[in-house]
Design a protein around this ligand. Structure first.
Ligand code: PHE
Length: 335
């Protein structure tokens, strides 16, 4: 009998975690434990034997319970000590200084360009991100069956609304509201149904520009674009102009700049071509003027759509567009 008790005691001592101890408690002290076993045949014993067995059981019970309680409280003490260690607070450590926020690099560049264009007599306009199909496409000479719609797949909402794919609908709103002569820019967020990679995002920023007056020429357009790029990069950038198709301009151009990240050697941002498409532009298509109530025999103009997000990437040599919307403070604190 003493053997049974000894081995039960040994098991209690051997429990190395509180959970293990609880298992041992159920097995040893529970209804099916050693003590119960020892009481089982009590009825068959003589009164004397029964008395001494009873005494033995009581003693054993005390010993086991004592051992159990001792072990249990040592686990509790250890758990408490561990917690106190972890929650320790050093009140003498100086508090971190206040960390002022800063403007997102896209906002910084946007504000700079706004300032520049204001000095050139342009109005800064704002337009809705949820647009009508008419303003985003039809008014810009992109009817429903036009293939140009495929290049700007977007997120459609109910009631013929959509998330604007470019800032060009603000041209239309500007013409409708202000009429000619018109000098406007419109920065803002645009959306496309894109698969995201180092150079594509479903959400990015553009800055639209439009000037309508009498006798506006490609020469005027190039002058404004050069002024813009010199102001932004504060150094000479190599540019090239090639024909580009956009239904709302005629003629239309792609103004590319030599990739400032790799210097033209090729990298993921320039898709290994050495050039980055930065500034699609052109002379406003007469259909577009007419649709917004402007007489193309009297007025004409130019328009451009600057990729603000891409511009930021060029200026700061950011090689992955996903950083810009990551919200990662390690990234944002650098600006
Ligand atoms: N809206 C066009 C785009 O996002 C860019 C553009 C704007 C082209 C103005 C010409 C004139 O692709």
């Amino acid at each position: 009998m003493q053997d049974l008790i000894d081995s039960a005691l040994a098991r209690i001592e051997a429990a190395s975690t509180a959970e293990e101890l609880e298992t041992v408690r159920v097995e040893v002290l529970g209804r099916k434990g050693v003590l119960t076993q020892l009481s089982k045949d009590m009825g068959k014993l003589s009164p004397d034997e029964r008395a001494s067995r009873g005494k033995f059981i009581n003693g054993a019970k005390q010993a086991l319970e004592g051992a159990y309680e001792g072990r249990k409280s040592s686990f509790e003490r250890a758990a408490l000590a561990k917690r106190l260690d972890a929650e320790w607070v050093d009140l003498t450590v100086p508090a971190p200084g206040p960390r002022p926020g800063s403007l997102h690099p896209v906002t910084q560049i946007q504000w700079e360009i706004e300032d520049l264009f204001r000095t050139l007599g342009f109005t800064v306009l704002d337009g809705p991100e949820v647009e009508t199909e008419y303003h985003n496409f039809d008014a810009l000479n992109i009817p429903a069956d036009h293939p140009a719609r495929d290049m700007q797949d977007t997120f459609w909402l109910e009631g013929g609304h959509l998330l604007r794919t470019h800032t060009s609908p603000v041209q239309v709103r500007g013409m409708e509201k202000l009429g000619p002569p018109l000098r406007m820019i419109a920065p803002g967020r645009v959306f496309r149904n894109e698969s995201v990679d180092a150079s594509h995002e479903h959400t990015f920023y553009q800055l639209e520009g439009m000037m309508i007056d009498r006798n506006v020429s490609v020469g005027n357009l190039i002058y404004f674009m050069k002024t813009l790029l010199t102001a932004i990069f504060k150094r000479d950038v190599t540019v090239r102009l090639r024909p580009g198709f956009f239904p709302f301009v005629e003629p239309g151009f792609e103004l590319d700049i030599r990739c400032l990240i790799c210097g033209g050697d090729g990298c993921p941002v320039c898709k290994h071509s050495g050039w980055v498409e930065l500034l699609p532009c052109g002379l406003v298509n007469p259909h577009v003027l007419r649709k917004s109530g402007i007489d193309p025999t009297e007025w004409n103009g130019f328009a451009f759509g600057l990729g603000l997000t891409r511009l930021v990437m060029m200026r700061y040599a950011i090689d992955d567009i996903r950083w810009l919307q990551s919200g990662d403070l390690r990234f944002l604190r650098q600006f």
